[in-house]
Each structure stands twice: as structure tokens, then as C-alpha cells.
Design a protein around this ligand. Sequence first.
Ligand SMILES: NC(=O)C1=CN([C@@H]2O[C@H](COP(=O)(O)OP(=O)(O)OC[C@H]3O[C@@H](n4cnc5c(N)ncnc54)[C@H](OP(=O)(O)O)[C@@H]3O)[C@@H](O)[C@H]2O)C=CC1
Ligand SMILES: O=C(O)C1=N[C@H](C(=O)O)C[C@H](O)C1
Length: 271
Amino acid sequence: MNELRLVVVGASGRMGRMLTQIIPDTLGVRLTAALEQPDSPTLGVDSGFGHGTTPNGVPITSDVAAALADADAIVDFSSPVASVEMAKAAARAKIAHVIGTTGLSQADLDAIAEAARETVVVRSGNMSLGVNLLAVLVERAARALGPAWDAEIVEMHHRLKVDAPSGTALLLGEAAAHGRGVALAENSARGRAGLTGPRRLGEIGFASLRGGTVIGDHTVVFAGAGERIELSHRAEDRGVFARGALAAALWTRGKAPGLYSMADVLGLSGA
Ligand SMILES: NC(=O)C1=CN([C@@H]2O[C@H](COP(=O)(O)OP(=O)(O)OC[C@H]3O[C@@H](n4cnc5c(N)ncnc54)[C@H](OP(=O)(O)O)[C@@H]3O)[C@@H](O)[C@H]2O)C=CC1
Ligand SMILES: O=C(O)C1=N[C@H](C(=O)O)C[C@H](O)C1
């Protein structure tokens, strides 16, 4: 089978650099374009620059049309505005779109769902195997424990992260809500401050810490009367997200248009 021709969006960012580093060592994929914003100072620079001195022959560009003309899939860790634009372009070109970007609004999610009517889209707030397995465990725990055990989600990330709660925290919150058979939107508490009053039964709380170079730590606490369960994941290397995204891109081959998750890619749906 031919190699999957990949476009990386956000190629000069932390995740983009990790992707361009591991693509040459990943069987079945080939980088054909590396996209950045039109005003990026990195335009024209070899996209291999982020990981030492080995050029890969793919210069960074902002020409979306040219990039998509020679591609099978897009791997996108950029910004909400960019990912929604890419989703529309991917739908028009019928190219698979793997979206890792977080901080998406409901309107952004709706636009992505609309694009997924035309092409294969895999979106997840976390592409790692560990976090997606953790979500399965959180759902089971929430189902078994019920709302009498208070669920709180604590996350910590590097000082440069711009959105909160993290996409992963929201994914884990959705898992807990699903386990309880409730909607997260109606049962979440974000950013308590001031005279909050006692905790509301059944709410799922979120707390976000930012500092240093932390790649991504998440803990789901189930606090009961006189005892506590904590389920945690710590990412030690951005490679876990990048490898998951490349596995997702390869998985899209031959799939029907639709919106998929990493649980689908990893075979964890219904686990
Ligand atoms: N789902 C997952 O597993 C993971 C998700 N993420 C998420 O991925 C996103 C990116 O993270 P990270 O790499 O750390 O962030 P960075 O800010 O380091 O990288 C994002 C890159 O995207 C670029 N960009 C912005 N707009 C466009 C555009 N229109 N076209 C092309 N490129 C564009 C930015 O350029 P500029 O700097 O000029 O704005 C930047 O270089 C975040 O939302 C983060 O939360 C991160 C890790 C794992
Ligand atoms: O911005 C990051 O860095 C990360 N973002 C994702 C999130 O919002 O959960 C995934 C990972 O934790 C790193």
C-alpha cells in the first residue's frame, strides 16, 4: 500500500515539531506539507529544523490549497480558528482530518461535526493510549460509585498553555458524566471562587494548574465518605500524543465519512 501523504498544521509549534520529528521514523506515512500562519516567521524554513540539523526537504508554507492538493490526511494541532478553517477545507477536498486542537467552543465543535458529514474526522482532546484507557476506567468508576462519590478533575500543564480546562480534563469529565448517565454541561463546576456554598450533589469539578514545563498531568478524584480514589495519568513526552495522532491518520484509510474519537481508533469504544 502507498504511504499516507500527510499535512501537518501548526508545524512550528510544540506538537508540530514533535510530529515532523517522528514522521520519518513511522512506517506508512510521509510528510508532504507543513503548514503555518501566513505571518509566521518560520515560512520557508525546512520543517525538520525543530529537531536538530537534519533537513527533511519540506519547507514550511501557508499555502493550504497547494498542501491539500497532494495529501491523504491532515494532522492538526494548532488553534480553534485554524482547525475550524482546516475542517472546512478538508471536507471540500475529501481529505481525512485528525484534530488534536483543544479549547474549541460549541460553535467550533458544531462546524467540525458538519465537516465530518463530508470526510473522515478524528477529534480527541488527548491522543495518548494511556489517557483514553483512563477515560474507560473513569467511566466505569463513576458508574459503580454513583453521584454520592464527589468527582473532581485536577490538571496541570506548562505555563504557555492558553486554554482551560484542558481538552483532556473535559474528555475525562465527559467519561464521568457518561458513567453516571448525566450531561456534563448541566453538571460541571469550573473555577470555584468566593463564597461558593457547599458542593452541589452530582457536580463534576474542574481545577486547572499552570506552571513550568509540565507536559500534561491529570487526576480524577472520587471522594466518598471517609475514603478517596484517585486515577491519574502523567504524560512524560509529547511523543505519546504525536504517535497517537499518526495512528489515527493511518486508521482513517478506507473509513466512511463521520466524526470519530481516539476510543474508536484504539478499539476502546464500548470497552
Ligand atoms: N489532543 C492532544 O493529544 C493534544 C492536544 N494539544 C493541543 O494542540 C494545540 C497545539 O498545541 P501546541 O503545539 O502545544 O501549541 P503551539 O502554540 O506550540 O503550536 C500551535 C501552532 O499552530 C500555529 N497556527 C496557528 N494558527 C495557524 C494557522 N491558521 N495555520 C497553521 N498554523 C497555525 C501556531 O502559530 P503561531 O504561534 O504563529 O500562532 C503554532 O505554531 C493546543 O490546542 C493544545 O492544547 C497539545 C498536545 C496534545
Ligand atoms: O496544550 C497541551 O500541551 C496539551 N493539551 C491537551 C489538553 O488540553 O488536554 C493534551 C495534553 O494534555 C497536552
